[in-house]
Design a protein around this ligand. Structure first.
Ligand SMILES: Cc1cc2nc3c(=O)[nH]c(=O)nc-3n(C[C@H](O)[C@H](O)[C@H](O)COP(=O)(O)O)c2cc1C
Length: 210
């Protein structure tokens, strides 16, 4: 999957960029999803939107909470931001190899997998956008979410967890997908760091938030 970054078990390769475990990088029609907007309503002027995959993952074994979810919750706690998880309507397989296969097929088809529920992003000025790097890109369900919303005037702060690719050019992809948004410097944290070295991950989050 990763040129120069061996992800055990995934059988194919795509290019990706390398970066340190925690580093910064400056700087794709939506499928349907149900629209049960968060019933609680906005409590903050910032929002953390993330997708994360629990189950078997690279370098961390079977995890109950995804690596990106760990970081997303750190950011929400630190900033007081509301939190919204993008949950695919059809769950990805728990098994790592199976998930890799489904994710690659979606990417090759430029698919827009539907997600469950939704949130009205209009009240939020800043949106922290979190995702794992999948095949050197955003998981395709994130594109579904991004394309379903109006990003004009929003500040987006992208963050990812990964297994060696860093942000892999996703900041640019977010910028080109989210027309009218101001996409800031991204944060990348290795998935193993997010899962197993929480203090290190917390420090990286705090340094990034500023
Ligand atoms: C389908 C799939 C594809 C992946 N592709 C990449 C990749 O291209 N580059 C990389 O560094 N890590 C890749 N990984 C590893 C994940 O980015 C990494 O384990 C991340 O921390 C997972 O976050 P999560 O637990 O929030 O889903 C991939 C993992 C999966 C399951």
């Amino acid at each position: 999957m990763l040129a120069g970054v061996g992800i055990a078990g995934c059988s194919e390769s795509r290019g990706a960029q390398s970066s340190a475990a925690s580093s910064a990088e400056t700087s794709k029609s939506a499928a349907s999803s149900s629209t049960s907007t968060s019933s609680a309503g906005p409590k903050a002027d910032s929002l953390v939107v993330y997708f994360s995959h629990a189950g078997e993952n690279y370098g961390v074994g079977y995890i109950e909470e995804g690596n990106t979810a760990v970081v997303a919750k750190m950011i929400a706690k630190k900033t007081g931001a509301d939190l919204f998880e993008v949950v695919p309507a059809e769950a990805y397989p728990e098994g790592y190899n199976e998930c890799c296969d489904v994710a690659l097929a979606e990417q090759n088809e430029n698919a827009r997998p539907a997600f469950e529920g939704d949130i009205d992003i209009a009240p939020y000025k800043t949106i922290y956008l979190g995702y794992p790097i999948w095949w050197g890109d955003l998981p395709m369900c994130l594109y579904t979410f991004l394309e379903a919303h109006d990003w004009s005037g929003k500040a987006i702060r992208p963050f990812c967890t990964h297994a060696g690719s860093g942000l892999a050019g996703t900041v640019g992809s977010v910028q080109s997908t989210c027309t009218g948004a101001d996409v800031g410097q991204g944060l990348s944290i290795a998935g193993t760091t997010a899962q197993n070295s929480r203090d290190e991950a917390q420090s990286a989050v705090e340094a990034w938030i500023g």
